[in-house]
Design a protein around this ligand. Structure first.
Ligand SMILES: Cc1cc2nc3c(=O)[nH]c(=O)nc-3n(C[C@H](O)[C@H](O)[C@H](O)COP(=O)(O)OP(=O)(O)OC[C@H]3O[C@@H](n4cnc5c(N)ncnc54)[C@H](O)[C@@H]3O)c2cc1C
Ligand SMILES: NC(=O)c1ccc[n+]([C@@H]2O[C@H](COP(=O)([O-])OP(=O)(O)OC[C@H]3O[C@@H](n4cnc5c(N)ncnc54)[C@H](OP(=O)(O)O)[C@@H]3O)[C@@H](O)[C@H]2O)c1
Length: 248
């Protein structure tokens, strides 16, 4: 695919853990809706290697932010993780994606359900006014292997302060004991009612829209348990309750 690449400059590389990082880059005016992604690229051995990344920043913020994990065998992510202020990064001019609130029907509660780096588009959505204007309650669910991967705590604290009980945050940790988080995986916590109990809200077709992002197996397994509850995939021509974006 041909595209006119834009050149951005890294201004910050925040390391959350040895494998998790957030890059902030400037110099690229992009028009997008919160929840969308864009291809970013580096030249590696003479080839431009590009991968989609979700924007973490709100659309009106001119500094683009991307949240990533190092996949040691992957070509791009280890190099992104090593970038320093002043380094150049290519950004495609055409953001895309349907994990956006403009595609969603109205409902009482918006559930933003993520694994790993799948939280990125939801941080962007929560940095806009739209979810707070359109939904009475917003639940952010973030499931990770280890507690240290529960990132963007500053954003979560701001929403708690500004939105009070309209905002609920449920964290899940699957591979170690973590007192403040639910244990295990999202589909099991939906099935046995722990997710609803932790959020203090019900997850039912008459009053919920669910956005899912991250691990493709999580998307499949969670969709299956939601379908058992009478929910269905949302389509423009056949409105439903579940909207998904797979990261691989
Ligand atoms: C629509 C879309 C949006 C995306 N947004 C993001 C984002 O905001 N942040 C981000 O880190 N990645 C995101 N990804 C994944 C990203 O495009 C790359 O695949 C990832 O950064 C790894 O690149 P790589 O070249 O190092 O390895 P790749 O060769 O691309 O991937 C190697 C393998 O790692 C696994 N993998 C890929 N991405 C992830 C991931 N994010 N978490 C865990 N395992 C993964 C898969 O098994 C994959 O086959 C997105 C992907 C899509 C399709
Ligand atoms: N996270 C790390 O410490 C780490 C470090 C270095 C490299 N990596 C690489 O990064 C990749 C994984 O990244 P990640 O940890 O962000 O993502 P991940 O493997 O998708 O795990 C994130 C969360 O999703 C859960 N999950 C997995 N399959 C699921 C399913 N079918 N249904 C519901 N939940 C499910 C995991 O639970 P389970 O724990 O039960 O699987 C975990 O809680 C791997 O390729 C790994 O090699 C990870």
């Amino acid at each position: 695919m041909t595209s006119k690449w834009l050149e951005a400059k890294v201004i910050e590389n925040r390391r959350w853990t040895e494998t998790l990082f957030s890059l902030r880059v400037e110099g690229v005016p992009l028009s997008f809706e919160a929840g969308q992604f864009v291809r970013i690229a580096l030249d590696i051995d003479g080839l431009r290697v590009a991968r989609p990344f979700s924007m973490v920043n709100a659309p009106e913020d001119p500094v683009l932010e991307f949240y990533g994990i190092v996949l040691p065998q992957g070509p791009l992510s280890p190099r992104l993780a090593r970038m320093s202020p002043g380094d150049a990064l290519y950004v495609a001019p055409n953001p895309a994606g349907f994990l956006v609130l403009s595609e969603l029907p109205d409902s009482e509660t918006l559930w933003l359900v993520s694994t790993g780096t799948g939280i990125a588009p939801f941080i962007s959505i929560l940095r806009t006014e739209t979810p707070w204007r359109r939904f009475r309650n917003v639940v952010l669910v973030h499931a990770v292997r280890h507690a240290r991967e529960l990132v963007y705590g500053e954003d979560i604290a701001v929403h708690r302060t500004n939105r009070g009980s309209r905002f609920r945050y449920v964290s899940m940790v699957s591979r170690e004991a973590a007192p403040a988080a639910l244990a295990g995986r999202i589909p099991a916590a939906v099935l046995d009612g722990r997710l609803e109990a932790a959020a203090g809200l019900k997850l039912a077709p008459d009053d919920a829209q669910v956005m899912l992002c991250g691990n493709p197996d999580m998307l499949k397994d969670t969709t299956a348990v939601l379908v058992e509850r009478g929910m269905r995939k949302h389509r423009r021509r056949a409105p439903g309750h579940i909207t998904v974006e797979s990261f691989w």
